[in-house]
Design a protein around this ligand. Structure first.
Ligand SMILES: NC(=O)c1ccc[n+]([C@@H]2O[C@H](COP(=O)([O-])OP(=O)(O)OC[C@H]3O[C@@H](n4cnc5c(N)ncnc54)[C@H](OP(=O)(O)O)[C@@H]3O)[C@@H](O)[C@H]2O)c1
Length: 328
């Protein structure tokens, strides 16, 4: 089968090799799936560079998220899925999604929502699950509260905007550029701040009459995090989602004390290990929202598998909106 492989770490354009590989086999509790669509995630870029918290042994095929069709199942996979089923979820390294065939753990995939076509279904797992756990389990977002989302036109951010609106919050979206501002508006954001021309701190203070944002969802980190502490509300919650800016902030805890806000770490992958039932329930709740048309993944573009390196380069540079979808 055709697949991308990483044999040495580096920028995506240098690290990825277009290869012919033997078809993978299902290990204990695993399924082999034919990839119908794979969604490019920021962690795919970080994995190419060797900068992600998970560092698979070389060589490996990257691609953390997909929509696929089951073509083989280990007998110990629990029997929930049959050959031909359409599933979404995360892959099991070294057999990632940027290939014709991939391997998944049966416990880490779920039935693909019937209402979503393959490209959107492929993008409906990581960003939405992360948003669900960040906003509901960690931040306990309440109807009527103000939610600020950074990188709000990105994969994780656009999902958080939609989920925030679905939960009845007033959503302020922060984005880097006019095109991204349009995307955030189209997702239902009440107020959109283009960070390239406006300071979000001043806008948040102005539109909340000095109260600040009750919840801040931050996939960017670094200076963006630090500025967020200037407009977090009393009793507010900042969800630390990621460090797309490339800088891991070292927050001043005396500031959290004197302003009375919480800093909440979020590692969604750990819920898969420790709270399987909650992940399953979140999937069901998310499918219900998709069925009602309240959430729907933003797609930047759908490209052939062979064009992957350019797409990951754009993603790493912050030049994509929603998800780039790759199809074998
Ligand atoms: N905690 C978890 O469990 C979890 C789960 C999934 C993903 N994540 C993390 O969430 C973050 C977002 O992931 P994603 O796949 O959805 O990516 P993404 O948001 O689609 O892309 C990253 C966005 O970050 C913003 N950004 C700001 N400074 C940047 C810089 N120096 N370089 C690149 N981008 C920059 C850009 O948006 P603007 O220009 O609009 O600011 C860019 O579009 C990543 O850090 C990822 O690792 C965490």
């Amino acid at each position: 089968m055709k697949a991308w492989q990483i044999t040495r770490l580096g920028a995506p354009a240098d690290a990825l090799r277009w290869t012919e590989l033997d078809e993978p086999v299902a290990g204990t509790g695993q399924l082999v799936v034919r990839v119908r669509a794979a969604a490019a995630n920021f962690p795919d870029v970080l994995m190419c560079r060797g900068e992600y918290q998970i560092r698979p042994e070389l060589p490996f095929t990257p691609g953390v998220e997909l929509c696929g069709e089951v073509i083989a199942a280990d007998p110990r996979a629990g029997g929930e899925f049959e050959i031909g089923d359409r599933v979404i979820g995360v892959t099991s390294m070294p057999h990632g999604a940027f290939a014709e065939l991939a391997v998944v753990n049966a416990r880490e995939v779920f039935p693909a929502p019937a209402v979503l076509e393959d490209p959107q279904a492929a993008a409906f797992h990581i960003g939405y699950q992360t948003g669900w756990f960040g906003l509901h389990h960690r931040a306990r977002l309440q109807r009527g509260e103000t939610l600020l989302v950074h990188a709000a036109a990105g994969g994780v951010g656009s999902a958080a905007v939609q989920l925030g609106k679905a939960a009845g919050a007033r959503v302020i979206a922060v984005v880097g550029g006019a095109d991204k501002a349009e995307i955030a508006r189209a997702q239902g954001a009440d107020i959109v701040v283009d960070r390239t021309v406006e300071d979000f701190v001043g806008v948040v203070r102005a539109v909340t009459a000095g109260h600040g944002a009750d919840v801040i969802y931050d996939p960017v980190g670094g200076e963006t995090y630090t500025r967020s502490t200037k407009c977090i509300a009393f009793d507010g919650r900042i969800v630390v989602v990621g460090f797309a800016a490339g800088v891991v902030q070292a927050p001043a805890l005396n500031h959290a004390l004197v302003k009375n806000y919480s800093i909440l770490g979020l590692h969604w992958g750990l819920y898969r290990q420790h709270r399987y039932r909650a992940v399953r329930e979140a999937h069901d709740a998310l499918v219900e929202l998709a069925d009602k048309g309240l959430v729907s993944p933003v797609i930047d573009s759908t490209i052939p598998l062979a064009d992957l390196p350019g797409a990951l380069t754009r993603l790493g540079a912050g030049d994509t909106v929603g998800r780039v979808i790759v199809r074998p």
